[in-house]
Design a binder for this molecule. Sequence first.
Ligand code: F6P
Length: 400
Amino acid sequence: MKRIGVLTGGGDTSALNSMLYGIADEAHQDGVEVVGFMRGWAGLLDSGQYAVLTADMIDPGLGGTLLKTSRTKLAKIEGGYEQARANLSALGIDGLVLIGGDDTIGVAAQFQHIPIAIITKTIDNDVGANCPADEPLDFSKIVNYFTPGFPSAARRVAAFASWHNGVQTTGYSHERIIALESMGMSAGWLALAAAFGHPDFIVVPEVPLDYARLRDGVARKYAEQSHVLVVVAEGAVYTDGTVISEDTTNVDAFGHAKLGGCADVIARRLKADLGGQLKTRNFNAVIPSYLFRCGAPTALDKRIGTKLGRKAVRLLLGGKSGKMASVRRTGDTLRVVTMDVRALPRDSKGNIVPKRLDLRLYDAENLRITSEGIEYFKPILGEMPSSMGPAKLVSRQTRV
Ligand code: F6P
């Protein structure tokens, strides 16, 4: 192999440049040139948009992607596959690394004339497969223990929910009820990571929300401590199946509903129901949105991202195709391994089935993380930190 191509598609994450760095550096060691296509599959349309990538151009500690990204779906573009194939052969590309989620990597089968290596990525952590639900929970059976970019976003969610760097201090000081919205269209992995900031309740898309239960729980907690923090995943739904998020009419280029605003909905509903009953009218929504996705990778994301990039190049140079560089946990150790892309479960239409939260990690009764959930996050976020809340004050009225 003399020349390989790479592209990044879908939402950006903090670990993309680390992967690109690993790819460029590893390829260079074998004298292989790397061509980076700009803006995902869009870089292979028309006469192509690309740049030769070398490791010294890439800062692995910078978030986002040097190659930029888009949600271009080749299947939706007339002649899209033909243009992409023509560009690949005109440029003499001998192998391709695809970095993306289902919509980016799902079309790999259309390019059987060249070897393809895949690295999945999404901050939502929803590409892969859980340990089968009918078997004892075994973390080593998870396909894609996490998707690169997830650890950095998980750390941010936990920080936003924490006393140390997050909303808890204002919640406490103003005796507020706060709904903090986490990203996660169809999976609650990110919302669950907020547990490391010690919120009072976590609502995930996998378990439809019994609103009355949340409302009563919030009222009880408020009576106890005079501040409450609820974390809600953007894809959360009510028990009748309706999406909590307000705007479901908005769709992205892949045709997925763009969700957002469920924290506002929850804060407003709680205010309407509890505003007269509790001694506060302070019901607020906090929606960090892209702040979850942007910024520098954590040390883990940077290290694993670079290794995944290197592994993808080794797969191509080893003549492998249809393989995925992914993360596996054995004991407390994370390793970069090769998986067959067929290990990703697909539905009858051939779409990759999202890796939703393993419900053994979530206590649906009390809307919080389980001890197994804490264990899942151990190699990603470390030990559960202490809550760092303020000392309990004993209020006393003093008359002079
Ligand atoms: O990367 C996945 C994700 O972060 C979702 O959680 C979110 O809904 C979506 O991307 C939004 O991204 P964009 O606004 O870029 O389409």
